[in-house]
Design a protein around this ligand. Structure first.
Ligand SMILES: [Zn+2]
Ligand SMILES: [Zn+2]
Length: 97
């Protein structure tokens, strides 16, 4: 009888511990996401005007297409919406491109 109670107790303890672990993990992940967002805002995300890839921080060369991110004219650098060489104002975000 004591053995059964002992086993049950251990099972409950394991369940409790793994729940705490889960909670800690989720909390840590949330903090990481928050930190990432803060960094993105601080550094200023932009989009490669040549291929439309989102770039975080000042990139001289786009890691995706190898062009200078401000050289192209196919995408808005502010929101990543597709533009044409004739686009002066982005139709999506209203920024001058
Ligand atoms: Zn690119
Ligand atoms: Zn835009």
């Amino acid at each position: 009888m004591y053995l059964v109670i002992g086993v049950l107790f251990i099972l409950v303890a394991i369940k409790f511990l793994s729940t705490v672990d889960d909670y800690e993990l989720k909390k840590r992940r949330k903090e990481q996401e928050k930190e990432k967002k803060r960094l993105e805002e601080e550094l200023g995300a932009m989009f490669c005007r040549n291929c439309g890839k989102e770039l975080i921080g000042g990139h001289e060369i786009c890691p995706q297409c190898g062009a200078r991110p401000m050289r192209g004219n196919s995408f808005c650098s502010n929101c990543g919406a597709p533009t044409t060489p004739l686009t002066k104002i982005c139709p999506k975000c209203g920024e001058g491109v």
